[in-house]
Design a protein around this ligand. Structure first.
Ligand code: FAD
Length: 237
C-alpha cells in the first residue's frame, strides 16, 4: 500500500501523519478512555481443578468477573453511571499503573457477589486505553485511501470477537480489492453456524447511523437504528 506514513519508524505507537489527507476521518471515534482491570486470587471453588470458572457480567453492580489461569479472577468495570470516566487526550501519556482507588472500587464490587473473596491491600492488575466510538461499537471499514482498511474503535471489547473480525476484514478486503463498491452496496458476510447475515455497512461502517446499543459494547444485541425495519436479513447479531 502506498500513500500513508507514520511519525515513528520504531515499534512504538505512531501517528498517521497524512490520514486527514485521505479525505475521510474516523468521525465515530470519539475519545480515549483509560481503564483498569484487576487480578485477585479466586475464592475457593470458583475455578475447578480441571478448568476455569464462569464469566459473570453484573450490570447492576457495574462489574464483570472472569476466571484467569493460576486460580485467579479478573475484575473489570462496565462504566456504570456512578463511576467518573477517565477520558484522556493522549493515549501515549496514559498512566499504565493501576491505582488504589480503582482497585478498591472494583474489588469491593466483586466481593459483594463473591462473599468468600479476599481483597488484598496491594492492587494488582493492568491499565489500558479504550478507543471509544460514539455508539461503543467498532469500525471495520475501507477508507478513501486505496488499500487502507481500518479495524478500530473497539471500545474496550472485541478481543473475544477477534477470529470473526479477521473473517470480516478478510472478506471486506478481498471483495473491495476485486472491485466491489462497498459504499454503494455494503459487503455482507453470512455466519458459519447461524447463517445470519452480518451487514458490514449497517453495523461497522465509519459512515453508519449511530447504533442503538449505546453503552459498553459487551452487550450482545446490536441493531442498526436505520435498518431495523422488517427485512429478510437478520439485523441483530
Ligand atoms: C483494559 C482493557 C481491558 C479490555 N478487556 C477486554 C475484554 O475483557 N474482552 C474483550 O473482548 N476485549 C477487551 N478489551 C479490548 C481489546 O483489548 C481490544 O478490542 C483489542 O485488543 C483490539 O485489538 P487490535 O488488534 O485491534 O488492537 P491492539 O490489541 O491494540 O493491537 C495493536 C498493536 O499494534 C501495535 N502498534 C501500534 N502502533 C504501531 C506502529 N506504529 N507500529 C507497529 N506496531 C504498532 C501496538 O503496540 C499493538 O500491539 C480490553 C481493552 C483494554 C484496554
Amino acid at each position: 500500500m502506498r500513500g500513508l506514513s507514520s511519525t515513528r519508524r520504531d515499534h512504538g505507537p505512531g501517528k498517521l501523519t497524512n490520514w486527514p489527507a485521505s479525505g475521510r476521518t474516523l468521525r465515530l471515534v470519539r475519545a480515549r478512555l483509560r481503564q483498569e482491570v484487576h487480578y485477585l486470587q479466586a475464592p475457593p471453588g470458583y475455578n475447578s481443578r480441571t478448568g476455569l470458572g464462569p464469566s459473570i457480567a453484573d450490570m447492576d453492580l457495574g462489574t464483570y468477573i472472569r476466571a484467569s489461569p493460576g486460580d485467579n479472577i479478573i475484575v473489570g468495570g462496565t462504566e456504570p453511571e456512578c463511576d467518573v470516566l477517565e477520558w484522556i487526550a493522549d493515549p501515549d501519556e496514559s498512566n499504565l499503573a493501576v491505582t488504589a482507588e480503582s482497585f478498591a472500587r472494583q474489588a469491593t464490587r466483586a466481593a459483594r457477589r463473591l462473599s468468600t473473596l479476599r481483597v488484598p491491600t496491594t492492587p494488582k492488575g493492568v491499565s489500558g486505553v479504550y478507543d471509544v466510538t460514539e455508539d461503543w461499537q467498532p469500525i471495520y471499514d475501507r477508507t478513501s485511501l486505496p488499500g487502507f482498511y481500518v479495524a478500530v474503535g473497539t471500545s474496550g471489547n472485541q478481543f473475544k470477537n477477534a477470529p470473526l473480525v479477521g473473517r470480516l476484514m478478510a472478506t471486506l478486503v478481498e471483495r473491495v480489492e476485486a472491485g466491489h463498491d462497498h459504499d454503494k452496496n455494503p459487503v455482507k458476510v453470512p455466519g458459519d453456524y447461524t447463517q445470519n447475515v452480518i451487514n458490514l455497512g449497517a453495523f461497522f461502517s465509519n459512515a453508519r447511523a449511530q447504533l442503538e446499543n449505546v453503552g459498553n459494547g459487551d452487550g450482545i444485541v446490536l441493531c442498526a437504528r436505520s435498518e431495523r425495519a422488517a427485512s429478510n436479513e437478520s439485523q441483530c447479531t
